[in-house]
Design a protein around this ligand. Structure first.
Ligand SMILES: [Zn+2]
Length: 131
């Protein structure tokens, strides 16, 4: 079916990252400087892959430094954290299919970084601690 085929090709090119710049396609690097090619390790494309198992608690865009930006699984979805996160305390969690995009709106593969990020101190800060 030629009509069906052309729709498929069109859908694929619409979803293709880096369509605004030839450079991005040529060297497979996004404008955000992260690689566009998926890594060899297990990864997910959140817009089309199902949410990973619950033991995957923290993900990051492939190539991103998890301490800078990461998405942490919470009850309501995925919460963006890290020193480069914008207003992390005021930003509500997002559903799985909506994570995985960089500031340029391009979807990147995400990888499991649960083991790479030290567990945050979850206890409330102790005020007035005595020695
Ligand atoms: Zn990007």
């Amino acid at each position: 079916m030629p009509a069906e085929r052309s729709i498929q090709i069109r859908a694929r090119s619409l979803g293709r990252p880096g369509r605004h710049g030839r450079r991005a396609v040529a060297d497979h690097t996004c404008r955000c400087h992260l690689p566009l090619d998926p890594p060899a390790e297990p990864h997910w494309w959140p817009s089309r892959d199902p949410e990973p198992d619950p033991d995957v608690r923290i993900v990051a865009l492939h190539g991103e430094t998890p301490t800078l930006l990461r998405d942490v699984r919470v009850t309501e979805g995925w919460h963006t954290e890290g020193v480069a996160a914008t207003h992390p305390d005021a930003t509500p969690p997002r559903p799985w299919p909506r994570i995985g995009r960089c500031w340029d709106g391009v979807e990147h593969p995400v990888v499991d970084v649960t083991a790479r990020v030290p567990a945050p101190p979850r206890q409330p800060r102790q005020v007035g601690q005595t020695r």
